[in-house]
Each structure stands twice: as structure tokens, then as C-alpha cells.
Design a protein around this ligand. Structure first.
Ligand code: UDP
Length: 470
């Protein structure tokens, strides 16, 4: 009988940094059933219902353990979401060290795979003599940007957003500094100062597994492979996405699927800003009125407004406010034949795979992006925070599968612009081109994960390397 190969994984904090590494673990044990994965989960406050339900779906060769939760009140008030994620991890390190050390005494752990936001854990892996990898749940473009940032930081004296020309990162679609990660928008901030050493740490990994595939990001993936580069080996293993959305609170979700069943093929625009993206009150009103003006069918996942584009809901359990009160007066009544508004956790995978859905207005989170690619749904790109603007550039300017909504001088997408991009995507020739490009990408995504596909072969290559260590 083949020996069991044990590895440990450490996700980042928050649902959308847990799901990708669990999905990778599932894919690994599905392709290589003699592997066993132990997942150590750092948490801030209590885990959300979505987190709890996804853990119930794990096969028997993946087990998990929650590290003692960090109390949100123990973190400095007013810190950015990225800093909260990093600080939670830092506070969890002693428990993680203890957990990994005791597990390594019991069983031969050969490798450690950590989320990009948990990069500090690499040091523990090295101390315990395990090969240590990063699981990078975002685009290869973002990874290439991370590897390039220390050089750019050395060479640049002004803010990146003030550089007039787009910046050419090897292999990537040229990017304006204003589209860089939100953390790099203020180089004098504490957050950016913490981020730089963190980015440099990425290079100390034995390898980086990235949730992308050759056909979607050939440029950056080839550039990172080039001889003489000082980044570690990069392994494209994606697209790895959920096959079904699990939700703790299904009534609203089931209702929206029943509503979709009654609509014409490709007629509905799905609108969602991810697990934690939020709009201002003013922007909610403009979006609502733009949807109304477009006269297009829509399914909108509505969250309460916030002045910051990422809500607290991103990291912790849900709260119970009546979100519909934030819609313009009479909107629901006027659009009752046209639209459906969902305020709970939406069954996104089932929505994107539904044949009534013809477009996705998205904040361009990488998971949502890959889910849309896998289901062949073209996009309106409406990035909010983190690396979403870089994804939007890749999707609209590089791959030409999305149309970017323009913001006014106050950062608002006005109702007329909303209606315009919706009409372009859902009705115009431009929309048709994007739809066709997306079809091709869907095909390539499906090929990458077939038995002889590029990403499947890459996972097998890593698995072989780990197996040989037992
Ligand atoms: N998601 C969902 N229902 C919702 C909101 C989000 O199923 O109502 C899922 C979505 O399918 C994706 C993830 O949550 O898998 C969001 O990840 P993404 O990287 O797109 O954005 P983030 O939440 O990290 O900003």
C-alpha cells in the first residue's frame, strides 16, 4: 500500500482566504488520494456561518483545527482590513508554532503550504525542516507585481499614482500606479511600510502555487519562469473554485434561483461586490437608479452602505440590519418585474452557472473572476479595494472579457454610466465580442483542469516531489 503523505496548510484570515486553500487541498487529495492535509485556521472574532458550512464539506483526508480566536478589541482601532488580517496572523503565530510542532512529532509532515497573507509562517516551516510554499489565491499578475515592487520602490521617489505613464511589469498588461493595490496608494503610510518586508518574504518560499492557469496569464507566468530571475518557482494550479455555494441561510438564496428559472436565457445581470465589498449610500442610490434606467433584468446582492469600500463583514460574522432601507424610495416597487434583490449570502456559483445570467457586474475579487471565467459570463468591472483594480485592468484591457465602469471626480459611478455599461454588455456588439472572448477563456479554463491539462500536470509534479520526501 502507498504511504500516506502528510502536509499542513495555513489559510489567511477571512472567508475568501480560507476557501481557496481548502479548494486547493481538496483538489490535491482528489487527484492524489494518499495525501492527508491538516489545516490550521487563524480567526478574528467568531467564524462566519459561511466559514462553518464550508468546513462541513471537507473529505476525511482533510482535517481542520481553529487556532484560538483573536479578539477584535485587542487590535488597534481604525486599522485597515489588510492590517487586521496581518495582525491577526501575527497574534496567532505562537499557537501555530505549537500546533505544527506537536503535529510534526506525531507524523512525518513533508510540506507546509500557507496563504500569501500568512507568509510569516514560512519561518516556522523552515525551523521544522519542512518545504514551505505559498498558496497565492490571486492573479499571477498580482504575484508578478509583488515580486517587482521592491525594485520599483527603490527606483521611484513619488507616489506610484502620480506616475503618468503606465508601468511595465515583466509579462504583465501595463498598469497605472493608480490601479496598484490599495495598500500601495500611500507610500508614507504604516500599512505600506509593513507591506514591503512582507512582499520580500514571498521570495523566501520554496515555491509559489498560484490560482491561475497558463492560458489566462501566459505573460506574467512565463516572465516569472525566466532564468536568472530571483523569484522562487511559480506553479499555476488553477482555476480552483468551489463547485457549489454553501450557505447557512438559504431561503433568500433559493428564492433567487427560482426567480432566475423564470427568466429568459442570458437576460439577467448579476450584481455583487464579493464577501465584503460595500458601497457608499450615494453609490447605492446611483447604482439602483442606473439599474432601473438600463431596463435590464438584474439580480443584486445588496449590502449595507459604508464609507469604506471593505466592510467588517469581510472578516467576521454577519450582522442583522434591514439592508433594503438603503435603496431609493419606491425602487423595489418600480422594479418588481425587472429585478431581484438579495440581502443574505448569495449562492454565487449556482447563479453564475444559471443560463438566465448573461453578465456579471463584479468588484473583480479573484475568486469571483475565476468563477465567472469558468462559467463563461462576461463582466462589468467595478473594482473597489485590494488588488481588484489590477484585476480589472487584466480583464478589460488584457483579456477583453470585461467593460470597466468609469468613475467621476468624486469616485462615483453615476447612474447614466451604470445604464450605459449595462446596455453595452447585455445588448451591444461590444458585449457580443466580450461574450465570445469569455467563451474561449471558459474553454481554456476547462482544459487546464482536465486529466492531461496544464494545471493538473503541475499539481502532479508537486505531489511527486512531496511523495519522494516520505
Ligand atoms: N460569495 C458568495 N455569495 C455572496 C458573496 C460572495 O458565494 O453573497 C463568494 C463568491 O462566490 C466568491 C467569494 O465569496 O467565491 C468572494 O471572493 P472574491 O475573491 O471574489 O472577493 P472577496 O470577497 O475576497 O472580496
Amino acid at each position: 500500500m502507498e504511504k500516506t503523505v502528510h502536509i499542513a496548510v495555513v489559510p489567511g484570515v477571512g472567508y475568501s482566504h480560507l476557501v481557496p486553500i481548502l479548494q486547493f487541498s481538496k483538489r490535491l487529495v482528489q487527484l492524489h488520494p494518499n495525501f492527508h492535509v491538516t489545516c490550521f485556521i487563524p480567526t478574528l472574532g467568531s467564524p462566519s456561518n459561511a466559514t462553518k458550512s464550508i468546513l462541513q464539506t471537507l473529505p476525511s483526508n482533510i482535517n481542520h483545527t481553529f487556532l484560538p480566536p483573536v479578539n477584535p478589541n485587542d487590535l488597534p482601532q481604525g486599522t485597515t482590513m489588510e492590517s487586521q488580517i496581518l495582525l491577526t496572523l501575527t497574534n496567532s503565530l505562537p499557537y501555530l508554532h505549537q500546533g505544527l510542532k506537536s503535529l510534526a512529532k506525531e507524523i512525518p509532515l513533508v510540506a507546509l503550504v500557507v496563504d500569501a497573507f500568512s507568509v510569516e509562517v514560512l519561518n516556522i516551516g523552515k525551523e521544522l525542516n519542512m518545504l514551505s510554499y505559498i498558496y497565492f489565491p490571486s492573479a499571477a499578475t498580482t504575484l508578478a507585481w509583488c515580486f517587482y515592487l521592491p525594485k520599483l520602490d527603490e527606483e521611484t521617489s513619488c507616489e506610484y499614482r502620480d506616475i503618468l505613464e503606465p508601468i511595465k511589469i515583466p509579462g504583465c498588461v501595463p498598469l497605472h500606479g493608480r490601479d496598484f493595490l490599495s495598500i500601495a496608494q500611500d507610500r508614507s503610510s504604516q500599512a505600506y511600510k509593513h507591506f514591503l518586508p512582507f512582499v520580500k518574504l514571498l521570495s523566501s518560499a520554496d515555491g509559489v502555487l498560484v490560482n491561475s492557469f497558463l492560458e489566462i496569464e501566459m505573460g506574467p507566468l512565463s516572465a516569472m519562469k525566466e532564468e536568472g530571475g530571483d523569484n522562487p518557482p511559480v506553479y499555476p494550479v488553477g482555476p480552483i473554485i468551489e463547485t457549489e455555494t454553501k450557505s447557512g441561510d438559504d431561503a433568500n438564496g433559493l428564492e433567487c434561483l427560482a426567480w432566475l428559472d423564470k427568466q429568459q436565457p442570458c437576460s439577467v445581470l448579476y450584481v455583487s461586490f464579493g464577501s465584503g465589498g460595500t458601497l457608499s449610500q450615494e453609490q447605492i442610490v446611483e447604482l439602483a437608479l442606473g439599474l432601473e434606467l438600463s431596463n435590464t433584468k438584474f439580480l443584486w446582492v445588496l449590502r449595507a452602505p459604508s464609507s469604506s469600500s471593505s466592510s467588517a463583514g469581510y472578516l467576521s460574522a454577519e450582522n442583522d440590519i434591514d439592508t433594503l432601507q438603503f435603496l431609493p424610495s419606491g425602487f423595489l416597487e418600480r422594479t418588481k418585474e425587472k429585478g431581484f434583490v438579495i440581502t443574505s449570502w448569495a449562492p454565487q456559483i449556482q447563479i453564475l452557472s444559471h443560463n438566465s445570467v448573461g453578465g456579471f457586474l463584479t468588484h473583480c475579487g479573484w475568486n469571483s473572476t475565476l468563477e465567472s471565467v469558468v462559467h463563461g459570463v462576461p463582466l462589468i468591472t467595478w473594482p473597489l479595494f485590494a488588488e481588484q483594480k489590477m484585476n480589472a485592468v487584466l480583464l478589460s484591457e488584457g483579456l477583453k472579457v470585461g467593460l470597466r465602469a468609469s468613475v467621476n471626480e468624486n469616485g462615483i459611478v453615476e447612474r447614466v454610466e451604470v445604464a450605459k455599461v449595462i446596455k453595452y454588455l447585455m445588448e451591444g456588439d461590444e458585449g457580443e465580442k466580450l461574450r465570445n472572448n469569455m467563451k474561449e477563456l471558459k474553454e481554456a479554463a476547462s482544459n487546464a483542469v482536465k486529466e492531461d491539462g496544464s494545471s493538473t500536470k503541475t499539481i502532479s509534479q508537486i505531489a511527486l516531489k512531496w511523495r519522494n520526501l516520505v
